[in-house]
Design a binder for this molecule. Structure first.
Ligand code: AMP
Ligand code: GLY
Length: 423
């Protein structure tokens, strides 16, 4: 089979690493891929948002199966366009990807179907939003409606910060059109859990749970990033919480999408907060999370392509999806300065013995060498019998990888180790 993967980050590298293990796969193309992915797939310089070029490439190269990984092409209808040409895909159509593409849509869906989430109001008029903020409970959370590279969420701890956030989104257009409508929502507290799930619109199969570390600094300080590391499973996601999530969140969401005529097929990501009143949805994503995927997929024991094809063909209920009962930790190595400005172009050296467990996000090939080309450069994933051993092993990997001006958090997994559930 010839497989095409749309996207070019650490998540896509983790997906490709798994897909390669299927014996029927002869060739994998990554659009656009990156310098690290080039080790495992043929990278073609077509951007993930260039739907027309992706479709033409897929047709010309007789692609048998396409995996659309990032949010943008999914929201833009990449799967719809490929399927029109008869190419089977993994990923939701645009009318279902809206669950991530519009936060207002997602919030209204949850309200309509009684799915637990933070209380909220939506606004498309700035004056109305500012008026509401005069009396809204503080802290409060301001969210741009549309996609904003994971940056469209501002937690305001004072009324002034809340007002500034609304003005920056609705007046200064900090997130462009994405901020023309906003959600103002209740501030929730509790441990956060990411649960990625496979769903074919009939069955929902949660993958192993995980925990992201979004802030740049140790002890969860500093600016928000695309994610600085992950562990799986997440110890706060106990069997009792999992049961409640399945009954009150996962199945109701899939059923709600069906009832709206927006059948969701692909990976549906639940960003959850385990509050004292039970689990609540913080966000939905219409795709695999990054860097959650870099710990979740290495623990998947069932062949990934087989699961994906079962999703496409709506027979997920007929197969068994198995995860290892081990633990995984992924530490992200970034360019010093990220998420603000940073230098690029430094040579990256990765020992061959660990290369299959290193997922490259920001790497390019220059004069035959792998060099840094982005803020988040790579993720080093280790698997072990215990969380503690997985953390130690991934830091040992990081110590053996070199590039100038590298930066990484020293405390990935520390929050998980403190969970009361960790023995
Ligand atoms: P996102 O960019 O959508 O992944 O959201 C960024 C982060 O903001 C989430 O991971 C949460 O930590 C935080 N967040 C979002 N909504 C809320 C909320 N209602 N209460 C508290 N924290 C939130
Ligand atoms: N790690 C969070 C996300 O992928 O949105």
């Amino acid at each position: 089979m010839k497989i095409l993967v749309v996207g070019g980050g650490g998540r896509e590298h983790a997906i490709i690493t798994k897909i390669k293990q299927n014996k029927n796969v002869e060739k994998i193309f990554a659009l656009p891929g990156n310098g690290g992915i080039a080790r495992d797939a043929e990278c073609v310089n077509i951007g993930a948002k260039d739907i027309d070029a992706i479709v033409s490439f897929a047709v010309e190269n007789a692609i048998d199966y396409c995996i659309v990984a990032p949010d943008d092409p999914l929201v833009l209808g990449c799967v719809d366009a490929l399927e029109e040409k008869g190419i089977p895909c993994f990923g939701p159509k645009a009318n279902a990807a809206i669950i991530e593409g519009s936060k207002v849509f997602a919030k209204n869906l949850m309200k309509k179907y009684g799915i637990p989430t933070a209380e909220y109001e939506t606004f498309d008029d700035m004056d109305a939003a500012l008026k509401y903020l005069e009396t809204a409970p503080i802290p409060t959370v301001i969210k741009a409606d549309g996609l904003a590279l994971g940056k469209g969420v501002i937690i305001a701890f004072t009324r002034e910060e809340a007002i500034d956030a609304v003005k920056s989104m609705m007046c200064d257009k900090a997130f462009g059109k994405s901020g023309e409508r906003i959600v103002v929502e209740e501030f929730l507290e509790g441990p956060e859990v990411s649960v990625l799930s496979f769903t074919d619109g009939k069955t929902v199969v949660p993958m192993i749970s995980s925990m992201d570390h979004k802030r740049i600094g140790d002890n969860d300080t500093g600016l928000n990033t695309g994610g600085m590391g992950t562990v799986a499973p997440n110890p706060y996601y106990t069997p009792a919480v999992a049961k409640e999530c399945m009954e009150k969140i996962f199945l109701p969401t899939v059923n709600a999408m069906n009832a709206e005529g927006r059948k969701f097929k692909g990976c549906l990501y639940f960003g959850l907060m385990i509050t004292k009143d039970g689990p609540k949805v913080i966000e939905y994503n219409c795709r695999f999370g990054d860097p959650e995927t870099q710990v979740v997929l290495p623990l998947l024991e069932t062949d990934l392509l087989t699961v994906m094809q079962a999703v496409t063909e709506e027979r997920l209920g007929d197969i068994e999806v198995k995860f290892s009962d081990k633990h995984a930790c992924c530490v992200i190595m970034a360019s010093k300065g990220y998420p603000e400005s940073y230098e690029k172009g430094f040579e990256i050296t990765i020992p061959e013995s660990i290369a299959n467990n290193v997922f490259v996000a920001g790497g390019a090939i220059k004069e035959g060498k792998l060099v840094t080309s982005g803020g988040r450069v790579l993720g080093a994933t280790a698997i072990a019998e215990t969380l503690n051993d997985a953390i130690k092993a991934s830091y040992a990997m990081v110590e053996s990888i070199n590039f100038e001006n590298s930066y990484y958090r020293r405390d990935i997994g520390a929050r998980a180790l403190k969970a009361p559930e960790v023995k």
